[in-house]
Design a protein around this ligand. Structure first.
Ligand code: ADP
Length: 606
């Protein structure tokens, strides 16, 4: 749905019209902070301009020891006497003072705007995600989704906070430097422009090529490591098949590849270093040589101060020029990141997709009529084929059948996680499509197979069923769920921390907390997904008793794995490959000769 992206790689997009259009979405997030941002930009402008004065003044300072000449560009600045070294030093100091103040405010303001913007973006992205239809989560792996969002956020943070400012500063530096250079001496400027930028560009591409080679070597390195890891973990396999030689050959191939790539990159690095030494220093020597020549003679073209200023600007321009490509790449990546986040934010939430508006109080009558269903991303595989059944108010309906028969899918449809392809599902005669999803789910609860407790206290976890519940209600629910027996024995009682950082609860204890949670919600319709792993008999008894308390006076759909627990169900549906093959009470179904249920029952009870 969000398009593929290689793991761990940040997307760098070509700045196309379309991507920029999408990335413009970031502006609506920046807008509330535009005043602060504008002041930040003004500070950036001033600190950048002050920065431009640095090479100028520094050149004047360095050249200040020589005789002043009539042609000094500094003479044009009448207010201050730049021929006086002390004055220049003082001005330099003041300039740095000004620059540091503006830089301080720029950093603080940019950070403020960035953090405010990111907070809003994070909140919007998560609130979209949490309201996304179930199908979204089938199509996007949760781990990838979280790492993608957090990578995108980091990328945007870096760009908003520093990259954009740096990019701006370097562009102004290059532009400003060129203007100054021409102003000082257009002839020398032309000589310089014909050499330094060319060498800088070659250096940048050279550097990138070498980085690519090292990256390839790293990939092979990772591959060779995984060979070692795999081999040692499965050492008994290798030994038993006497495949040591084969594995070693594979490893040797990878190490040879690493060696070759690194040797190759060493060769290029060597070439790079000598290139830089020769051409860069050569170019500098050439320019200095030309420049010094211009300062010579009875009628010099260039004053010494201006010559030094020229050198300073050249150095600054070279450095700024070299850093622009990386900054630009950073901005490109951010455009990709923004585009990505905007894609998430633009998605339709479940409520936007499912437009049911009815808000009935559920009685608890459920009816499936000829329901056909295939998961949206696997439309070719029909998971439910013409399922029909009725569950009347307060009845218990059990779903049995082998793994993959479609039991959990029916449970998902009860919660209206997906749209069905054919047939109807009704609650008290109302089509599920017409009922508001939130309203429907507010009257239903599930006790899942694998209970997941959230990090927090036992109280928080029970209260999840009804966040407005009082202390008495929580305790009453815990008691009814047979959870109070163990909760009261913990020194901190309901305040005991659970989850990763808290205590570990047993499977049976977790289930009883989930039951308490469901009790607190007091739903009309209950879905129970029985745990497959058996509990010890005492725990099993406590859970079973709690479940019976929970099911009392509600319509319950039970996905059963142990037939012993559903003997008293009002109706048992036996599913096979998405079809109901048998339907009836336990007593009816065991009577069917060679029936699926009868056979299962034989197997489990013997
Ligand atoms: P059961 O609960 O009876 O074990 P399920 O309802 O989980 O069966 O699965 C029924 C079929 O639907 C299986 O073939 C399964 O592979 C498929 N299925 C289940 N969940 C999904 C899903 N999210 N996306 C695509 N196919 C699914």
């Amino acid at each position: 749905m969000l398009g593929p992206r290689k793991k761990g790689k940040k997307e760098k997009v070509k700045l196309s019209k379309e991507s920029i259009q999408k990335a413009k979405g970031i502006f609506s997030y920046l807008k509330p902070y535009s005043a602060t941002y504008a002041i930040g930009w003004i500070c950036l402008l001033f600190s950048t301009l002050a920065g431009l004065a640095f090479p100028f003044l520094m050149g004047q300072l360095l050249g200040g020891g020589s005789q002043p000449s009539d042609m000094s560009m500094a003479d044009s600045v009448k207010m201050i006497n730049l021929d006086n070294v002390n004055d220049v030093a003082l001005i330099l100091l003041i300039m740095f003072g000004v620059m540091s103040v503006f830089s301080f405010f720029r950093v603080v303001l940019f950070t403020n705007v960035t953090e405010n913007t990111l907070r809003d973006l994070r909140n919007d992205a998560f609130s979209k995600l949490i309201y996304m239809p179930m199908d979204f989560f089938n199509q996007n792996k949760v781990g990838e989704l979280t790492s993608r969002v957090s990578n995108d956020i980091t990328q945007i943070q870096e760009t908003l906070r520093t990259t954009i400012a740096e990019f701006f500063r370097q562009i102004v530096n290059v532009g400003g430097a060129i203007v100054f250079l021409f102003f000082i001496s257009w002839r020398l400027a032309l000589i310089m422009l014909a050499t330094v930028p060319v060498i800088a560009i070659i250096a940048v591409f050279f550097g990138r090529f070498i980085r690519k080679l090292s990256k390839q070597a790293q990939d092979f390195n990772a591959e060779s490591n995984s060979i070692v890891e795999e081999a040692l973990m499965g050492i008994s396999n290798i030994k038993s098949f006497t495949n040591e030689f084969f594995t070693l050959t594979k490893y040797k191939k990878a190490t040879e590849e690493i060696r070759n790539l690194n040797v190759k990159s060493g060769l290029w690095r060597g070439a790079f270093v000598s290139f830089m030494i020769f051409f860069m220093t050569g170019a500098i020597v050439f320019i200095i040589w030309q420049g010094v020549n211009m300062t010579q003679g009875p009628n010099p073209e260039l004053s010494t101060e201006d010559f030094f200023t020229f050198i300073m600007f050249t150095v600054m321009m070279g450095a700024s020029f070299g850093s622009i490509p990386d900054l630009y790449a950073g901005i490109q990546k951010s455009v990709g990141a923004v585009e990505n986040l905007m894609n998430i934010i633009a998605q339709k939430t479940e409520v936007e997709e499912k437009q049911g508006e009815l808000q009935p109080s559920l009685e608890g009558n459920i009816s499936f009529k000829n329901v056909n269903f295939a998961y949206p991303q696997r439309k070719d595989i029909e998971v439910l084929k013409g399922i029909s059944f009725d569950a009347n108010k307060n009845e218990t309906i059990a779903l049995v059948g082998s793994s993959g028969a479609g039991k959990s899918t029916i449970a998902s449809l009860l919660f209206n996680y997906y749209d069905i392809d054919a047939g109807t599902i009704t609650y008290d005669g109302n089509n599920v499509k017409d009922i508001s999803v939130e309203h429907l789910r507010s009257q239903m609860a599930i006790v899942p197979q694998e209970v997941i407790l959230f990090a927090g206290t036992i109280r928080d976890n029970i209260k999840f069923g009804n966040i407005n519940a009082s202390e008495e209600e929580i305790i009453a629910a815990a008691k009814k769920a047979n959870a109070w027996i163990f909760i009261k024995d913990f020194p901190q009682g309901l305040d005991t921390e659970v989850g990763d950082r808290g205590i570990q609860l047993s499977g049976g204890q977790k289930q009883r907390i989930a039951i308490a949670r469901a009790l607190l919600k007091n739903p009309r319709i209950l879905v129970l997904d029985e745990a497959t792993s058996a509990l010890d008999s005492e725990s099993e008894r406590l859970v079973q008793e709690a479940l019976e308390n929970l099911m009392e006076g509600r319509t319950s759909i039970v996905i059963a794995h142990r037939l012993s627990t559903i003997r008293n169900a009002n109706k048992i549906l036996v599913l096979e490959h998405g079809k109901v093959v048998e339907q009836g009470t336990h007593n009816e179904l065991v009577q069917i000769e060679n029936g699926v249920y009868a056979n299962l029952s034989q197997l489990q009870l013997n």
